[in-house]
Structures are given as C-alpha cells and as structure tokens.
Design a protein around this ligand. Structure first.
Ligand code: PEP
Length: 260
C-alpha cells in the first residue's frame, strides 16, 4: 500500500495569530514557486489554539493545500473543565488532525497513557485524526532498549480504539526532541517497524498498512531524506525547523533530495 508522506509542523507555544497568517502565506508562496503538489506530500501545521481560526481563514480563503490541527484537546466534550478545548470546537474550526501525548505534555502536565487514550477517543469521536506521540527517554532506552516504552505507550491507546480508526503515530524519542541530536535513520526505522507490527497485532494488518508513522526529533532539511528512505517512516513531526519557512519548505520537498 502507498501511504502519502505527511510533513507536520508542530509550532508549540510560538507565533501569535498574526505571525501565524504570515508564516502560512509565506510557506504557500515558497512551495508554489517550488511546484509543490499535495498529492505527493501532505503538509499539516499545528498552531497554538488561539491561531487556529486565523489559519483556517487563510487556508480556506486562499484555497491552500495545507491541513491543520491542534496541539492538544480535552478528553471531555463539554462542561466544567476550565481551560480545556474540546474536539467538537476543533472540528468546527475545520481541523483535520490533533496531536495527543506529545512528550512535552506528558512531562509538563503529567499526562499518562490512559489520558492519551481518552484524548485519542475524543478526537476520533469528532472526526479528527489523532497524531499519537510515543517515545522513550534516554533513561528508558538505557534500561529497556529503544522500542519497549513506545510500544507499551501505543498499545494502551490502540487497545481502546476501534480497528477501523484513522490514526497517525509519531515516534519521537524524547532525547532527540529539540536537542539537535536526531536518531539515526536505522534507529528510527527499527522502532517504527515494531510500532507497525504492534498496530497489526492490535488492529489488524489493514490498519498497519494504511497508518502513517512519523519520525520526530531534530528533523532538518539535511537529514529528512535519509529518514524518508526507510520503509516504515512515512513522514516527520517537525518542531523547531517548522518555524523557519525556508527550512520547512525544504523538508517538505524531500523527494527532490532522494535519488531513486
Ligand atoms: C517536536 O516538538 O515534536 C519535535 C520533534 O521538535 P524538534 O523538531 O524541534 O526536535
């Protein structure tokens, strides 16, 4: 099965709504000049909540070929949950995706695997595709190897989802996020292959074939092509480099750097 590569820019807590519009417009111009086609590589941006309405308006009014989503959502649909943003609101804003279980939320907000599972279900119930982040710390890796923790994290979520769920998985070794020290393509491939086998075991082989697995952690234009050569890496979740339009557009244009 052919999976369309997905390049996802996680802006984290950066860019206000005016800066967000400027970035999206510049990205569109840069990729248009480069003759980018969404049928070859899908681009998605993940702005802060407060930018989403402006990003939606820009993308819709200029008919840009970008998807967008949120960096988190509430496990609840509505009610007395101060500060929470529900999947219903995100769907109403035209979001396609929502990131769940990013390591920064697991660390800063104590989110455990059950919370990530509840958020994934909340996303799916509103027609949003959860981008489920998993990954090991350096200490986990030392103690248990690379794949044990990400596989265990993913399994808890998958076991609560229906088998036909449309999901994206992001393998993000915590030690590689924002550190400038990316995993090697082979390290990424080995864990992504085990994650795909886990999807097959829990959700079936069709789900494993169609689900895109992204690598995340210090992805740059210089290393993206080497990750994308790997069989089980279907794209990237990009943090810092997604804030630089030229750099992110070079990442999106990775097929130009791959010599068949
Ligand atoms: C991330 O935030 O998901 C990430 C991978 O960040 P960076 O690309 O900056 O390492």
């Amino acid at each position: 099965m052919t999976r369309t590569p997905l390049m996802a820019g996680n802006w984290k807590s950066n860019l206000n709504h005016q800066e967000a519009v400027v970035l999206v417009q510049k990205l569109a111009w840069t990729l248009k000049d480069a003759k980018y086609s969404a049928s070859q590589v899908e681009v998605a941006v993940f702005p802060p909540f407060t930018d989403i309405r402006s990003v939606q308006t820009t993308i819709e009014s200029d008919r840009l070929e970008f998807a967008y989503g949120a960096q988190d959502l509430s496990p609840f649909d509505s009610g007395a949950h101060t500060g929470d943003v529900s999947g219903e609101f995100l769907a109403k804003l035209g979001c396609t995706y929502v990131i769940v279980g990013h390591s920064e939320r697991r660390t800063d907000h104590g989110e455990d695997d059950e919370t990530v599972a509840a958020k994934s279900r909340a996303a799916l119930s509103h027609g949003l595709t959860p981008v489920i982040c998993v990954g090991e710390t350096a200490v986990d890796r030392e103690a248990h190897g690379a794949s044990a923790v990400p596989v265990a994290q993913l399994r808890v979520v998958l076991e609560t989802l229906s088998k036909d769920s449309d999901i994206v998985v992001a393998y993000e070794p915590v030690w590689a996020i924002g550190s400038g020290q990316a995993a090697t393509p082979l390290e990424a491939q080995e864990v992504c292959a085990v994650l795909r086998a886990t999807i097959a075991e829990v959700m079936g082989s069709d789900a494993a074939d169609r689900t895109r697995i992204l690598y995340g952690g210090s992805v740059k234009s210089q290393n993206i092509a080497s990750f994308m050569r790997e069989k089980d890496v279907d794209g990237a979740l990009v943090g810092g480099a997604s804030l630089d339009v030229d750099e992110f557009s070079r990442i999106v244009q990775f097929p130009k750097h791959i010599i068949a």
